[in-house]
Design a protein around this ligand. Structure first.
Ligand SMILES: Cc1cc2nc3c(=O)[nH]c(=O)nc-3n(C[C@H](O)[C@H](O)[C@H](O)COP(=O)(O)OP(=O)(O)OC[C@H]3O[C@@H](n4cnc5c(N)ncnc54)[C@H](O)[C@@H]3O)c2cc1C
Length: 477
């Protein structure tokens, strides 16, 4: 009898899983994806939308036609509760279609983050005091406000830009870094760079930390850190920087912060793009008696606990690379998986810090698009192996994975540039690489036009892959 597999969320993780599941099982089994939005959004290119260098139709596509080709059902709606003992979930269809019940034999939770603007008073486009580029509507609003700032500079006014993180525990510094370098480059193009003061404001322990405790690479006979590299980039762009700071509140034109030492200050701005902290999308895990057992299944942030070792001190976690999950399966239910941002990491990658006033200031661990795609493929492969009885087991920990971070500076193939940072492994593994936790010969950091080409190629090849076009599965996540 055919099995029922449900995937909640069609971002990098869920959509990748759906393509692999559809290809292998779509004709004989029932695969359903439920997603809040009708489109897949290639989120990394929202950086370009946020400065009017790419239109939204170039970075998103309708999911249903892709799923039709892969024999995958699509429900446009939002999952609400997972009934873990009875193997079904309840969802609300979009556009008033009412409640839906979906039974499953296997379930993948791939809901990404809830953008937790509420954690910082006044933060975010809803409150109107700061901007975001995390979703298409946010990026469009950021673009419009950016173009207004450009118009003011054209009239001779100076404008002050603050870009970075909007909370002590935000992650995704890479996106903010890419946005700041794109703004710098775009203003250069427009001949307006001398009218702008641009500042990096972040919760990182040091420049170049990016929530992965920075990276060290071999360069000739010496070692070079991401802190030195990013400092050089910022010096080159005349960007001022402030790290070790938690934005505590944002009022119109002013961001208030606290730093590592507990000192307070505020930063005036005309334009602020600050990434919020993330928490999990709210899903209720319900047992057979109707009790909410979410606390047993999830960490305090609401992310689904999988096969990692949770609750250790930071030092114990650093000492044991096998604490990081390998197959992303819930220890409580073998038919329940999480992929991408939705899985609970066992702890931070960067050393946590709490200031004397009790404010936590440390970058949370990122699960980037690449990690999300890889974990989506992995869980799909394990489900396929189990259904096909192949006896195969697929596993990959973040202490083994590669990550490539390409932060563009404009999207021109003629005079664009990009910082290309290759990290192996994403989470330092001091058992394997005792000196820095990473392979300093494989990890690398470069800046140049080649990176701009790579970034454009990534956009195009991923849009191809994720639409399931010929050869899609040959393109790595
Ligand atoms: C501006 C920006 C630039 C970035 N650039 C890069 C980059 O260059 N490289 C890189 O590797 N990473 C980058 N990232 C990070 C990358 O986008 C994320 O790591 C990735 O999107 C995470 O994938 P995901 O599938 O876990 O979550 P998401 O992509 O957030 O997808 C989750 C999906 O689940 C849906 N959903 C949520 N709740 C429900 C529900 N209850 N029911 C149904 N559906 C639901 C959402 O609508 C969404 O479609 C960037 C992020 C940002 C914000």
């Amino acid at each position: 009898m055919g099995k029922k597999i449900v995937v909640i969320g069609a971002g990098f993780a869920g959509h990748t899983a759906a393509l692999y599941l559809g290809k292998a099982l779509g004709r004989d089994h029932e695969i359903t994806v439920i997603n809040r939005h009708a489109n897949f959004v290639f989120i990394p290119s929202l950086v370009w939308a946020g400065i009017d260098r790419m239109q939204l139709d170039k970075l998103q596509f309708l999911l249903r036609p892709v799923y039709d080709r892969f024999h995958v059902n699509f429900l446009h709606g939002a999952a609400r509760s997972i009934h873990v003992d009875d193997n079904y979930l309840l969802a609300d269809s979009a556009k008033g279609g009412g409640e839906q019940r979906l039974n499953y034999d296997y379930l993948i939770v791939a809901t990404g983050p809830h953008l937790n603007f509420e954690a910082t008073p006044g933060l975010g486009p809803k409150e109107g005091n700061s901007l975001s580029i995390c979703t298409p509507p946010h990026a469009i609003e950021a673009r419009d406000r950016y173009l207004e700032a450009v118009a003011r500079m054209e009239k001779g006014e100076r404008q002050r830009f603050i870009i970075g993180t909007g909370h002590g525990t935000s992650t995704c510094q890479g996106a903010a870094f890419e946005y700041i370098s794109n703004i710098h480059k775009d203003l250069l193009h427009r001949g307006l760079r001398d009218k702008a003061d641009i500042k990096w404001l972040s919760n990182e322990a040091a420049l170049g930390d990016f929530g992965v405790a920075g990276v060290t690479v071999a360069q000739g006979k010496s070692l070079r850190t991401s802190e030195e590299f990013i400092r050089m980039v910022f010096d080159d762009m005349s960007v001022e920087s402030q790290v070790q700071s938690a934005v505590k509140a944002v009022e119109p034109g002013k961001a208030h912060w606290e730093n590592y030492e507990g000192e307070e200050g505020s930063e005036p701005f005309d334009f602020a793009m600050l990434i919020p902290t993330f928490k999990a999308v709210k899903l209720n895990y319900i047992d057979k008696d109707g009790q909410d057992v979410s606390d047993q299944y999830c960490n305090p942030g609401g992310f689904l606990k999988v096969d990692g070792i949770y609750g250790q001190s930071y030092d114990d976690l650093v000492d044991n690379p096998d604490s990081w999950p390998a197959n992303y399966r819930s220890p409580l239910k073998p038919n329940l998986f999480a992929a991408g941002i939705a899985f609970a990491p066992p702890g931070p990658i960067s050393r946590p810090h709490t200031n004397p006033k009790g404010t936590a200031i440390s970058a949370a661990p990122p699960r980037t698009g690449m990690v999300s795609g890889i974990t989506g493929r992995l869980v799909a492969r394990n489900i396929i192996a189990e259904i096909e009885n192949s006896g195969r087991q697929h596993s990959e920990r973040m202490t083994e994975m590669y990550a490539a971070c390409i932060a563009s500076m404009g999207n021109s193939l003629v005079d664009g540039s990009a910082a290309v940072i290759l990290i192996h492994p994403v989470v330092p593994n001091f058992k394997k690489y005792p000196s820095t936790g990473r392979d300093v010969f494989v990890s690398s950091m470069e800046m140049g036009l080649a990176g701009a080409w790579m970034k454009r190629m990534i956009h195009s090849t991923f849009m191809w892959k994720l639409q399931g076009r010929p050869g899609w599965n040959l393109i790595p996540e």
